[in-house]
Design a protein around this ligand. Sequence first.
Ligand code: HEM
Length: 297
Amino acid sequence: MNSPSEPASLDPTGTPAGQTPYSAWMRTDVLHSLQNPVSDHPGEHAWIAHVQVSELYWMLIVKELQTAQRQLRANNLGLAWRTLLRVVAHQEVLAANWRSIDWMTPNDLMAILSRAAATYGKDTALQGWTYRHMVYLLGIKQAEHLEHFTVQPERLAQLQQALVEPSLYDDLLAYFSRIGMAVPKAVLERDLSAPYVPSPAVEQLWRDIYAGPDINFQLQQIGETLADIAEGFSDWKYRHLMATRRTFGARPAYFGTEGVAWLVPTLDEIPFPELWSARTFIGNPPSGCPHMAKHKN
Ligand code: HEM
């Protein structure tokens, strides 16, 4: 008799009995058994599919970021860049995914949420560990969010590890240091679990990288791809905020405070801070205001 972990039988190519190669590989039977609505609202299917697709893509991005980190640690900047370009593409799917629940009014959302609360209790998306893992890898380290995972010890351990380990940005700065750039020791050896404090020296480093459009071209490409990733992250946050405004209004949310008021300040959480602050100083300003020159002529 087969043990529960063994497939019933294998054909010569390894496809379990009762499966096609496609269904075996993609686990379609399992995948499509994972949508269990709690309400009789017909739109709940779209809600569940939207959230589960987001979950899959956050995990995909976590894996891509970890791959890029390994490539940076092996000093392979080109491969890391290629991996990060894939992250930018995945983020577009996450942003477009909002479209499938744009039809929701507060009536629709409340019909679904009230049944979810009656079935499972009070929930918040802050209980989602994939998103938090991605955020930690992007360098936004906020330990307070761990409080939601005490009932999930394995997930808590996973996130605690991500909190104390280097983010993608830390690995890039370590790479910069290895190729001879002046990354301060205090930045490289700081407590990685604490929120990142922007450094004037790192800002200067980005200014140097962008000092001439044609020099340090590869490092500029990495910088631009990180800027794309930061923008993709912020785009998602903006779409989420507007979806909240549209379906929830000024209702109090999980913490009892107005949900929108809780979310608005998080829009300022933008990864890779010095890559942005350096832009004030990149590029030569014109010697005089062009409009004034026009008036003189
Ligand atoms: C459209 C209706 C939605 C409303 C009204 C809403 C509301 C909120 C609110 C008020 C918060 C702040 C924390 C809290 O009080 O719970 C929050 C956080 C969050 N929500 Fe939603 N949400 C909606 C849809 C979604 C969907 C569909 C997803 C996932 C695909 C999602 C993912 C998240 C995440 C990841 C956070 C944490 C954000 C952060 O840490 O900056 N939300 N949401």
